[in-house]
Design a protein around this ligand. Structure first.
Ligand SMILES: Cc1cc2nc3c(=O)[nH]c(=O)nc-3n(C[C@H](O)[C@H](O)[C@H](O)COP(=O)(O)OP(=O)(O)OC[C@H]3O[C@@H](n4cnc5c(N)ncnc54)[C@H](O)[C@@H]3O)c2cc1C
Length: 416
């Protein structure tokens, strides 16, 4: 190894990469740990970037461990550095500027980037955004100054959070959703009614069942959006939230197995020796069905990154997998959790619902009712972690099924 080489190399410095770096450091106090990040700033808590747009938070408040460098943990974070390619046989990475760095073990934690649908024309106009980075958030915050109306394309969580941030800047905001309801990946239309109501009460205009065909612009940037129902919305900002794609371009021809993400085994390892992957970029498995899956959630990225770090440091640790859907967050001050199997239309699952004016719960059991396989909570998310445990561990529920249905199950039950 040369002086610039590293025992542990981590490509990507966010949830998964930094969790791995710290996990390595817990088990190996001496080994050199280098994190390479193409972003110009120290690692930060990405889910908070909408607050940069609303003006509620400055980026310093979202840095993961101060504004760096990570000297306290002896983790070297090399910012502003994009990895252009990797040669696992020679154990070296090549940066965009031509620098070559060696390593002994490497983690790929390069996350994902927004998907830009090819069928929408005009996405290159100024004032069109797809929020992913702090730099995007700062640019959006600036564009707000010349915006009266913003149009959001896509009804997923990221776009809802961004829409809410723009409402807080007193813009008129319209959400254009192709699906019958918002958050269609996370819940069925009937599960999302309270959230939709909260969003509309907050001032959001929601148009469902339509999609954009083109974005119009002139020298000032975006001027409008055309929709497939023939209508047109005049606007000065467009935000595209149409899902994400894994950042794997630098691994082309590297020999690392890719299948819509980086393929990993139960120990977060890739197909070549001493290579690992974690976070949004990795394909892992779903604990209920065992099917391959990738998710785009902070908590999953941290858990998997931690596990990968332990494996890199020689502590063999199995990753328990991740739910296709698992989210605990809030939009428009409405907390919600969605986990496991939640889309039950045309299925033989047993479904129990409870609704009040301000809360909604849906519990999903398998066809013979012996296991809880999914749940949605809106408005009141008390004890959601307990249900997550029951689902994830695939516990037979015969002894406490009625308590689940009545929502009287508590942690004490498992301590008996
Ligand atoms: C606006 C927004 C709101 C969100 N809200 C929530 C939420 O409420 N709850 C939730 O669970 N999740 C939320 N998420 C998702 C969550 O932030 C991600 O799942 C999480 O950040 C994934 O972490 P990661 O480390 O796998 O990847 P990333 O966070 O994407 O980090 C990967 C890093 O690698 C860098 N990189 C990529 N390619 C290279 C390369 N070739 N060379 C060097 N560096 C590279 C990237 O620039 C990036 O810094 C949100 C995301 C966004 C954008």
């Amino acid at each position: 190894m040369t002086a610039d080489d590293s025992q542990y190399m981590i490509v990507g410095g966010c949830a998964a990469g930094m969790a791995a770096a710290h996990a390595i450091r817990e088990h190996d106090r001496q080994g050199t740990v280098t994190v390479i990040s193409e972003e110009p700033c120290a690692p930060y808590f990405r889910p908070l970037i909408p607050f940069v747009i609303s003006g509620k938070n400055q980026w310093e408040q979202m840095a993961l461990e101060g504004c760096g460098p990570y000297t306290g943990s002896n983790i070297f974070v090399r910012t502003h550095s994009r990895v252009a390619s990797v040669n696992p046989a020679a154990r070296s990475v090549f940066l965009q500027d031509g620098t070559c760095l060696g390593y002994q073990k490497i983690l790929f934690a390069t996350g994902s980037r927004p998907h830009m649908p090819p069928d929408i024309k005009g996405v290159d106009a100024s004032g069109v955004f797809a929020l992913r980075t702090l730099a995007h958030a700062k640019a959006m915050a600036q564009r707000v100054e010349q915006t009266r109306h913003a149009v959001m394309l896509g009804g997923g969580l990221l776009n809802l959070k961004t829409a809410f941030a723009l409402l807080e800047r007193h813009l008129k905001v319209t959400l254009v959703v192709y699906s019958p309801e918002v958050l269609s990946q996370l819940m069925a239309p009937e599960d999302a009614l309270l959230i939709r109501k909260a969003l509309e009460n907050a001032g959001l205009t929601i148009k469902t069942g339509v999609s954009a065909t083109g974005i119009l612009s002139d020298s000032t940037g975006v001027t409008g959006v055309t929709l497939d129902d023939g209508s047109h919305l005049a606007c000065q900002m467009v935000c595209i939230g149409k899902g994400v794609r894994p950042n794997v371009d630098y691994l082309e021809n590297s020999g690392i197995a890719l299948e819509n993400g980086i393929v990993t085994d139960r120990y977060t390892a890739c197909n070549l020796p001493d290579t690992f992957a974690a976070g949004d970029v990795a394909i892992t498995h779903e604990p209920i069905s065992g099917a391959p899956i990738s998710t785009a959630l902070w908590t999953n990225a941290v858990e998997m990154g931690r596990c990968a770090g332990q494996n890199m440091a020689g502590i063999k640790t199995a990753y328990t997998g991740t739910f296709g859907i698992l989210n605990a967050t809030q939009v428009a001050d409405e907390p919600f959790v969605s986990m496991g199997v939640v889309h039950t239309e045309n299925s033989d699952c047993q479904v129990f619902r409870q609704a009040t004016k301000t809360t909604y719960r849906k519990m999903v059991f398998d066809a013979d009712g012996t296991r809880l396989i999914g749940a949605v909570f809106v408005g009141d998310i008390t004890n959601a972690g307990l249900y997550r445990y029951v689902i994830r561990e695939r516990l037979p529920v015969s002894g406490f099924k009625q308590q689940i249905i009545d929502h009287t199950l508590n942690y004490g039950y498992f301590m008996r």
